[in-house]
Design a binder for this molecule. Structure first.
Ligand SMILES: C[S@@+](CC[C@H](N)C(=O)[O-])C[C@H]1O[C@@H](n2cnc3c(N)ncnc32)[C@H](O)[C@@H]1O
Length: 208
């Protein structure tokens, strides 16, 4: 048994509806690897339990897998806004959210997070940034002023399959954007941050 299997075997099981969503996404969507999956999903739930947020924001819903992991850890009365730019995913996402007991605690917005989030007029305690890798810096600049004092931002894919070591990244704009984002985060004196080598890299950010 390799270490990854060992970790998963000794980590909380995911609910059956998440297994179903994961499987259906693999069958129906291109790039199913974009969804968080069992191990990272359990971490997202654990973060939600620890932060105990009133309002959660997710940028990039895709199948709704991570949305439901975040929802699982929510305290009573808390809410998730999740934003997905691809309107062709709407029916699939709604169907997936309805497989869980948490659909009434989640609002799905279809559109560009950069336009939708400022119009929500909310303060967030937990933000999961998982949209277009080329816009990560813009997402961060947008959400930091909307973050509560105890708020936490989680940014996914910040190791980008290890390609962040390929500097310069040439014409690979996604890799270059993640490299730029990581540099930008590290250079800001008003936030503290740590990159966890979980799956494809997960950066945890707080305001000082
Ligand atoms: C990596 S997937 C999200 C995976 C999901 N958060 C999970 O962990 O299971 C990224 C998603 O972000 C969406 N996206 C890209 N740019 C966006 C934007 N500006 N606003 C909202 N969604 C966006 C894409 O269409 C895609 O479905």
């Amino acid at each position: 048994m390799d270490l990854e299997n060992y970790i998963t075997a000794h980590t909380e099981r995911e609910p059956d509806y998440l297994r179903t969503i994961f499987r259906n996404t693999n069958i129906r969507l291109l790039n199913p690897r974009m969804q968080s999956g069992h191990y990272q999903g359990r971490l997202l739930k654990m973060f939600t339990r620890i932060v105990a947020p009133r309002n959660v924001l997710e940028i990039g819903t895709f199948s709704g897998y991570a949305t439901l992991c975040l929802a699982e850890g929510l305290p009573d009365g808390a809410h998730i806004d999740t934003v997905e730019i691809d309107d062709e995913l709407e029916d699939f996402i709604v169907q997936n959210l309805n497989l869980s007991p948490f659909a009434d605690r989640i609002t799905l917005h279809i559109g560009d997070a950069l336009q939708i989030v400022p119009s929500l007029g909310k303060v967030f305690d937990l933000v999961f940034v998982d949209g277009n890798k080329r816009h990560y810096r813009q997402y961060l600049d947008m959400v930091l002023p909307l973050l509560s004092e105890r708020g936490v931002v989680l940014a996914d894919n910040t190791l980008w399959s290890g390609k962040v070591l390929d500097t310069p990244a040439g014409n690979d704009y996604q890799t270059q954007s993640i490299i730029d984002f990581n540099r930008y985060v590290a250079s800001r004196s008003d936030i503290e941050q740590i990159i966890l080598p979980v799956r494809d890299g997960l950066t945890v950010i707080r305001k000082k």
